[in-house]
Write a protein that binds this ligand. Structure first.
Ligand SMILES: [Zn+2]
Ligand SMILES: [Zn+2]
Length: 285
């Protein structure tokens, strides 16, 4: 049996609310993890969730907005000073993000060569195309040929350029026969996008942003974001099994019932999760 978990560390858009941190999601497969986005406060959320940060092999940063990115500095400092990390960490991000990371480390006076662990940089190129890009990661270490994990990314409709990611987990028996599969797609920030429909096709969990309510649809489009029913429509057209909503603006605080109602205009209510910080979705194959 292969277990996986999706832990929601931050489900707020743009900035903090009383109940929510900016965006970060941890996907764990057999006790190895990849962090999807790195909003401010992510390290303290990981600690509060009693998550062993040593098990995080890679960090995917979708784009350079404040709510997805600035937690990387304190996350790296924690790995350096608290964990004394020695094993490698991979950062996957659009190419321009690496300059931003260097700037962030510079203005926080991070000593050069401070980190004793290899920091591997995997830049995502092709900011404007509609291609599904396969992503070659060494995550997690091979597990006796029993499990295969593949990653794909695609551009979304957002400014600055942002990527969605899909994680596919395939389980074979030791003879190589398929035994089960699971797939998780995370949109990060986007207006409703055909690219997301092609990336998320038939996946088990589509984690889609819902920054504004339906009554603010025009504002959502203007700022390259989505509403609950827009996310529901994408989920229906992609044929996904479950829709998980995240990335709510401050105006949506306490409106979880409305978010669910609006998403269910387009997608079956019983298959929708309105995620909160430190919620965990568990699956197995
Ligand atoms: Zn955002
Ligand atoms: Zn954004």
């Amino acid at each position: 049996m292969i277990d996986y978990r999706i832990t929601f560390l931050g489900t707020a858009a743009s900035t903090f609310s009383l109940k929510r941190n900016p965006t970060s999601i941890l996907v764990t497969i057999r006790e190895r993890s990849i962090l999807l986005d790195c909003g401010e406060g992510v390290t303290s959320r990981l600690l509060r969730g009693k998550i062993d940060i040593n098990t995080i092999d890679a960090v995917f940063i979708s784009h350079g907005h404040n709510d997805h990115f600035v937690g990387i500095s304190s996350f790296l400092w924690y790995n350096w000073l608290a964990l004394r990390r020695k094993h490698s960490l991979e950062i996957i991000a659009p190419e321009y993000i690496f300059q931003d990371i260097d700037t962030l480390l510079s203005i926080t006076h991070t000593p050069r060569d401070a980190f004793e662990f290899p920091l591997k940089r995997t830049p995502l190129v092709g900011d404007s195309d509609a291609t599904i890009h396969p992503l070659d990661l060494g995550f997690p270490p091979p597990l006796k040929g029993e499990i295969g994990i593949s990653f794909q990314t695609i551009n979304t409709i957002h400014d600055p350029p942002s990527r969605a990611i899909r994680i596919n987990i395939d389980v074979n028996d030791l003879g190589g026969e398929p035994r089960g599969e699971a797939s998780i797609c995370y949109t990060s920030d986007t207006a409703p996008s055909d690219n997301i429909i092609s990336l998320a096709k038939n996946c088990d969990y589509l984690i889609h942003e819902a920054t504004f309510l339906d009554e603010d649809m025009e504002k959502a489009i203007q700022f390259n974001h989505s509403t609950p029913s827009m996310a529901g429509s994408i989920a229906r057209r992609a044929g996904v099994k479950h829709l998980v909503l995240v990335h709510y603006s401050n105006m949506l605080e306490g409106k979880e019932t409305t978010i669910l109602e609006q998403a269910s205009r387009e997608f079956p209510k019983e298959k929708i999760v309105v995620a909160s910080d430190l919620d965990i979705i568990r699956g197995s194959m």
